[in-house]
Every structure is written in C-alpha cells, then in structure tokens.
Design a protein around this ligand. Structure first.
Ligand code: AHG
Ligand code: MN
Ligand code: MN
Length: 332
C-alpha cells in the first residue's frame, strides 16, 4: 500500500488492536457495510444511464412509494450482513418486520438497523443521497434469533453508527465511540481512504436547515426560534436544505449549524425515524462535539418502543441546539 495512506480495513484493524478482548466481529460488520455501500454507490452513479430510476411499484411500511434504488440498496445491505455470523437480527426502513438471519447461518450478538437509501426523492434529480446505519449489541445472554425488543435500548448504548454519503464523491463517516472518522472512496482502486480523521463539528455555525414550507404547522417555540435566528444580525444565518438528511447533516457537521425536522400539526412525532435516522446521526453528532434533541430530551436518551418509531429531530452544533432547546422549554 502507498505509504501514508490508511484505508478502512487498516484503520479498523488498528482500532481493534486497541481493544485487547476484541474478536474482530465488529470490524467485519463495518467492513461489510463498506462493501455494500460500494455496490450501492456504483448503482447510484449509473442510475442515470441504466433503467433503474423510477418506482418499484410497491409501497413500504410508511405507505411511501419505494424507488427501485431503495429496494436494491436494502437487498445489498441485507446480503452483505446476513451471513457473517455476527448479527442476530436486522431492522430496515424498507421492511415492516424484523429481518431474521437465515437459518443456515450462525447468529451473533450484534443488531443492525439501517435506512438503506436516505433522501430517495432526490434520486431522479441527481442530488446527493445516503445510507444510515446503527449497530447495537443485544442486552441478554440469549443465543439465536434476536427480537424487536432487543432494539429497544437508548441510542447511547449503540456500539457504532455511521452513514455513507453518495455525493460528488462517496464518503463513509462512522464512529465506534472514540471519535468520528471519515473515509472517501477512491473509485480507481475501490477503497475507502481515511480523509477526515477525528472530525469535530464547529461549536457554532451559520447554517440552518428546515423545510420552511411546514412553517404554519409548527408550534410557537419553533416559529419563534426561526424568527430569532433570522433576526440575529451578528451571526447572519443562511438557509440550506437539500431534503436528504445525510447530505444536510454532513454539510452541517463540516461547516456548523443546525438541522431541524420538528413535530408539526400533521405529524405529532415528526417525520424521521428514531432507530435508523435520528439515533445514528445523534451518535455521530455527540461524538463530534455536537448535540441532537427531540425538543424535550437528548435523542440518545430516548428508548424506542417500535422499530419504525418517528421522532422530532434538532441536530447540529452545540450552541445552536442549546439555543433551540431554550425556546422549546419556554425560556426565550
Ligand atoms: P427517506 O428517503 O429515507 O424516506 O428519507 C427522507 C427524509 C430525509 O432524508 C429528509 O431529511 C426528509 O425526509 C425530508 O423531508 P421533507 O421532504 O418533508 O422536507
Ligand atoms: Mn431516510
Ligand atoms: Mn430511506
């Protein structure tokens, strides 16, 4: 390997050696997600030239149209993870029920939750999309198949979380609880190369990301917050909203700022899903020095009661999220 270049495999092995008891089970999980994401990335890149764009003529558990790439990405994630002998169950945005490990494969102690393709409304228009994942460890000593309840643990107990951004380049960003590390896919060799070690979110930022079309549906606290930051002449906030959570979050992670998808009159729990959207990104945010809340408490303290539970989300730089919480608590 070229001197000075650290690929994902090498990085994971070096991290693994820092934990003397580690068996490598976790390493192979992350590597396999990396592998699935390379296949998805290839498909995303050629989406315009093959006939893969368009509806798959099926709807998912949320009643949303599934795009062909949603189905494809879901399949690739499951195929990459089901045979490793490391998982006892999976949960995916695209599957109503828990995904069990086929009986021919051994089971392990980890659980994976994922949004195989995030931002799917942007596929047809060649705008950045992503994949989000969270890895949990089952709490009991049982062996064999996992169950839904195994996932019902606070995000703070996650073993690892991350996302892949299919942007102008493909990036994998992950944390196993010791900082956030970003890898950029070098398509010429098909390897993720460590490009962003120890990522830190700026304490403050100028970007706010909200779907303002929903303004009339928001509560007074959220309306007042938005008006407050718009009138902050010192900071001069600017608005950026892609509509792909991964892409909106990634930009704010690098530049600082806040993304909010609050509860509203039509969606009392917001839109985004706790297990495979909010919690993994909250884990990354906290590891990078940022914060994520649901307007009442930190996202990582929320204990899920359903695989597809929705949760309001405000995530980003600590200063911005703290300020939003002051409005939500009625202090401002
Ligand atoms: P998904 O494509 O996995 O269903 O997620 C879409 C999500 C998220 O990526 C984005 O932040 C949000 O939906 C945008 O919602 P609005 O179009 O309501 O703003
Ligand atoms: Mn999503
Ligand atoms: Mn999705």
């Amino acid at each position: 390997m070229e001197q000075g270049v650290t690929n994902l495999n090498r990085f994971l092995l070096e991290q693994q050696r820092e934990f003397p008891g580690a068996t490598g089970g976790f390493t192979i999980l992350i590597e396999s997600i990396g592998f699935a994401s390379k296949i998805i990335s290839r498909e995303v890149n050629k989406a315009g030239i093959v006939n893969i764009i368009g509806r798959a003529q099926s709807t998912n558990v949320h009643g949303e149209d599934q795009q062909k790439l949603d189905v494809y990405a879901d399949k690739k994630m499951i195929q990459a993870l089901d045979h490793l002998g490391k998982l006892c169950a999976m949960a995916s945005e695209e599957n109503d029920d828990l995904i069990l490990i086929p009986s021919k494969y051994p089971k392990g102690k980890y659980l994976a939750a994922f949004d195989p393709l995030d931002g799917s409304s942007n596929i047809d228009v060649n705008i950045s999309i992503g994949t989000i994942f969270g890895i949990y460890k089952r709490k009991d000593d049982k062996e064999g198949d996992g169950c839904c309840e195994d996932f019902y643990q606070p995000g703070r107990d996650m073993v690892a979380a991350g996302y892949i951004l299919y942007g102008s380049s493909t990036m994998m960003v992950y944390s196993a609880g010791n900082g956030v590390h970003g890898f950029t896919l070098d398509p010429s060799v098909g390897e993720y190369i460590l490009s962003h070690p120890n990522m830190q979110m700026p304490d403050r930022g100028k970007i706010y990301s909200m779907n303002e079309a929903n303004y009339n549906l928001w509560d007074d606290a959220t309306k007042k917050y938005l008006s407050y930051i718009k009138n902050d002449v010192d900071t001069k906030y600017t608005s950026r909203y892609i509509g792909s959570l991964v892409a909106d979050f990634h930009r704010n992670l690098l530049k600082g700022g806040i993304f909010i998808y609050p509860e509203d009159k039509n969606n009392p729990d917001g839109k985004l899903r706790l297990l495979y959207e909010c919690a993994p990104l909250a884990f990354i945010a906290e590891q990078a020095g940022g914060r994520a809340v649901n307007g009442k408490e930190d996202i990582l303290d929320v204990v899920p009661t359903g695989l597809h539970q929705r949760e309001p989300l405000a995530i980003g730089s600590k200063y911005e999220v703290d300020l939003y919480m002051k409005f939500k608590r009625g202090e401002l």
